[in-house]
Design a protein around this ligand. Structure first.
Ligand SMILES: *Cc1c(COP(=O)(O)O)cnc(C)c1O
Length: 356
């Protein structure tokens, strides 16, 4: 069978060794004779797994005890409303930066829970850049940002200059490099881009934000419930948490977030260099805001798109068709993407241009 190079935007590539361990855990977890799929979420084996997952996230991001780390379900899309529902009172204002479809959805959902001010938007330019230099209204409860815009291929390479606490949707660049946790009130990330299978969402939040809005909340939608229950109030997504833990171990083995970041930088530099050099292609995002996770690019001659996709297919390159709102191509090169696969794509681009 030909090797497949998985450039899918999400659910996305996971490290090959993690797949093998996960498969083993399905057949026989820790030589228990039981599968990870059929054990209690309150068993000793699973307690050890979820505790290790939390400890590794804390260690990698250097998260102090003043923050909770939760494993929830409902995807990042549930956090679009759960964040404001839990931390924004009706008479308060939150600021949002609109940098793509996911930001827009977060804005739409938040409007039910307070005053939402969109303080910056790159929508008029089809989200090709990250707005900078805008001001956040005095007294805003938080500024919501989407640190990596999966669809449009842009990413914050520096945080907005503001003293307002940040709330960040990090779904597609979670654990792709170090962050300064003290700048954030809440971070959330659906696992399926850079951490594990779909089904679990990691939420990191400052504990002093709990129960401050006076709003009555259903238990499942109240962060307090999950902080008190250590993410075991109800049955959590056991298997996605298990695989995420394996990926976290893998990240640590790679040398932690500095090392992962250097690798991501290297891979994305190689690919952007080819996009800029190759006469047939061009990037869609402003150079300074280009994402290290999702590389979006077009052919100058769109009538040749099908031919390029066909060539890619013949090389085992999978999942690079661009999102319909950008067109062209999107190569998602998350943490687990090996540089060898990026090179296969670069070689295909050169072959297409008749240069190899
Ligand atoms: C994929 C994605 C989402 C949606 O995640 P779900 O888990 O499907 O709800 C939200 N934000 C960003 C940045 C994403 O990449």
């Amino acid at each position: 069978m030909m090797k497949v190079h998985n450039f899918s935007a999400g659910p996305a590539i996971l490290p090959a060794t993690v797949m093998q361990e996960a498969a083993q855990g399905v057949l026989d977890l820790n030589h228990s004779g039981l599968s990870i799929l059929e054990i209690s979420h309150r068993s000793k084996d699973f307690t050890a797994i979820i505790e290790e997952a939390e400890a590794l996230i804390r260690e990698l991001y250097r998260i102090p005890d003043t923050y909770a780390v939760l494993f929830l379900s409902g995807g990042a899309s549930t956090q679009f409303f759960m964040v404001p529902m839990n931390i924004l009172a009706n008479d308060e204002t939150a600021a949002y930066a609109d940098t793509g479809s996911w930001s827009s959805k977060a804005i739409k959902e938040a409007k039910a829970f307070g005053t939402i001010e969109v303080v910056a938007s790159s929508k008029a330019d089809n989200y090709t850049y990250i707005p900078k230099g805008y001001s956040v209204p005095e007294g805003a409860r938080y500024l919501h940002i989407t640190t990596n815009n999966t669809i449009f291929g842009t990413q914050y390479h520096a945080l907005p200059e503001t003293d307002t606490p940040l709330v960040a949707d990090m779904s597609s660049d979670f654990l792709s490099g170090p962050i300064d946790i003290s700048k954030f009130d809440v971070i959330y990330a659906g696992a399926q881009k850079n951490l594990g299978p779909a089904g679990v969402t990691v939420v990191i939040l400052k504990k002093d934000l709990l129960n401050r809005t006076g709003r009555e909340l259903p238990s499942m939608l109240n962060y307090q419930t999950h902080v008190e229950g250590a993410s075991l109030y109800n049955t959590p997504p056991v298997f996605p948490i298990y695989v995420s833990m394996l990926t976290l171990r893998w990240i640590k083995e790679q040398g932690g977030l500095q090392a992962v970041k250097a690798h991501n930088q290297h891979k994305s530099d190689l690919l952007y260099q080819e996009i800029d050099r190759n006469p047939l292609f061009r990037g869609t995002a402003r150079a300074e805001d280009r994402s290290q996770m999702n590389v979006t690019f077009l052919l100058h001659d769109p009538s040749r798109e099908e031919a390029f996709l066909k060539l890619c297919k013949s090389k085992g390159i999978s999942g690079i068709k661009g999102h319909r709102s950008v067109g062209g191509f999107r190569a998602s090169i998350y943490n687990a993407m090996p540089v060898e696969s990026v090179q296969v794509l670069i070689d295909a681009m050169q072959e297409f241009a008749g240069q190899s």
